[in-house]
Write a protein of this length. Structure first.
Lengths: 367, 122
């Protein structure tokens, strides 16, 4: 009896559950062997692709360096440069090579300025890579559009303004973010005019990124922010308030005062903060009249403002809050009283019979 | 080229180092390229250059460590120009504390770099 027969007999005479187990073991073994071979192939394929990619990268790097130094004063584009342009233009037709070529151009463009950067941008036009980026803007997949806008920003293609701005209210935040960065990076403060038409929310992270860019601009003459303070988009108002604070936009104080009665609490809180920073005394008087109707956070914000903008006339107002239920307000009222009328503040120690309250007064007196 | 002044350029961006190499060699300098801080130190010890150009952020050994090594271990007064990106102001100040001679912020202009190199090596 040969081995095959022994195994067949064993299998046929085994209980069904054992037979089932052997079948499963067999199937899994085939699957694992198949996967091992597939992974081996995949690894080989990726390594090959990596090698090809590295070879092209090296080729394009030397082509780019040659292009940059092959120019002469007689011709706008020398024959040697034209040969490189033709080669790269032809290679750019293939998406794989195009991706490597763009990566090579970006790698140098980010690190260099002046004539060399201009030459790289010129090459981007000459090789018609700009057309591929522009065609991405009408793609149905959102990430292709986002990448297209980012590329146009990296190569500073201002001519794409009209095609980029149409993505202003794109449903995907990633596309909107790229659009916003394109605008501000390429058009400085003028680029912020997209805020006039923005209907979608400007996230906190978007605002941070935009502020980081505008604060690095050479020209710090900010455009008029008042229209954004009237926006129907609350996130635009909040961003405009940040700009008002950073750029001391005292000329927009009337618009900011109006925001003290905005329907959105966050806007009202930010407006109080900015008005306090800008030392707008009129705002304090308005807030004093309707303080009781405001939320607790706003009341705290108002007292923070008063710590900054107190006057001797505020004494009677402050006295109403030195026993307030809210600890923060009580503390700030006492601090302000200490500054306005020290005698009255010290008298509180004698008048007070409440031990915890006395401890608070003593703490403020000594700090 | 034997009389040419030697410059060690430490930069991990191969494109940028290649570009600057071409530019500075055209001006008559001899360039030694290092793509990380460790190799930079080896090149400095081997060639004793007249000028060192180094990026602040580099793999293995940073630009700051290169400056410290040159000034404190090798006790050399070789001028050192550091390249920094935006937002690295604090690190640039540290570089000056350690003995850097000059700095250039990225993106940098090759023409401006050549002018500074000429001034430092004149």
């Amino acid at each position: 009896m040969n081995t095959y027969q022994i195994l067949t007999d064993y299998f046929n005479h085994s209980p069904t559950i054992i037979q089932g187990a052997w079948i499963i073991i067999g199937l899994f073994s085939i699957l694992i062997i198949g996967l091992v071979f597939y992974l081996k192939y995949l690894r080989g394929h990726l390594r090959k692709k990596e090698r090809i990619s590295a070879a092209y990268e090296q080729e394009y790097e030397s082509a780019l360096i040659t292009y940059l130094y092959a120019g002469n004063e007689e011709e706008k584009i020398s024959s040697e440069q034209q040969a490189i342009i033709d080669l790269l233009k032809n290679d750019a037709k293939e998406p794989f090579k195009r991706k490597i070529l763009i990566a090579v151009l970006v790698k140098l463009k980010n690190e260099i300025s002046g004539e060399v950067a201009d030459s790289i941008q010129n090459l981007y036009y000459q090789t018609e890579l700009v057309d591929y980026a522009l065609s991405r803007l009408s793609h149905k997949k959102w990430f292709v559009i986002a990448k297209g806008i980012r590329e146009l920003k990296q190569f500073q293609i201002k001519e794409a303004y009209d095609q980029v701005i149409i993505h202003l209210n794109h449903p995907r935040p990633e596309v909107r973010k790229e659009m916003q960065l394109y605008m501000v990076n390429l058009f400085d403060f003028e680029g912020l005019t997209f805020l006039d038409l923005l209907e979608t929310p400007l996230s906190e992270w978007d605002q941070i990124q935009l502020l980081e860019i505008v604060q690095k601009l050479e020209n710090q003459n900010i455009s008029n922010i008042t229209s954004w303070l009237h926006s129907s988009n609350d996130s635009v108002i909040i961003f405009a308030l940040k700009l008002a604070k950073i750029y001391n936009q005292l000329e927009a104080k009337n618009e900011i005062i109006q925001l003290l009665h905005h329907r959105n609490k966050k806007v009202r809180l930010d407006a109080i903060d900015v008005l306090s920073y800008l030392n707008v005394l009129e705002a304090k008087e308005i807030l004093k009249t309707d303080l009781e109707k405001r939320s607790q956070e706003e009341q705290i914000a108002v007292f923070k403002m008063m710590e900054n903008l107190y006057e001797s006339d505020d004494e009677s107002f402050i006295m109403k809050y030195i026993n307030h239920d809210l600890f923060e307000i009580k503390i700030m009222a006492l601090k302000i009283l200490k500054e306005i009328n020290r005698e009255k503040f010290c008298a509180l120690k004698i008048e007070s019979v409440n031990d915890p309250y006395l401890r608070i007064v003593n703490f403020i007196e000594n700090n | 080229m034997n009389g040419a002044k030697k410059i060690v350029l430490a930069e991990d961006n191969s494109m940028l180092s290649m570009l600057l190499k071409f530019k500075l060699e055209k001006e008559g300098y001899t360039l030694f390229i290092a793509e990380n801080g460790k190799k930079t130190i080896e090149l400095i010890e081997e060639h004793n250059p007249e000028l060192i150009l180094t990026d602040i952020m580099m793999p293995f050994v940073s630009g700051l460590e290169v400056i410290s090594h040159v000034r404190n271990t090798l006790n050399l007064l070789t001028p050192i120009v550091v390249f920094s990106a935006a937002g690295q102001e604090q690190i640039v100040l540290k570089a000056f504390d350690l003995g850097a001679t000059d700095f250039m912020s990225k993106p940098l202009s090759p023409n401006e770099l050549v002018l500074r190199v000429k001034r430092l090596l004149s």
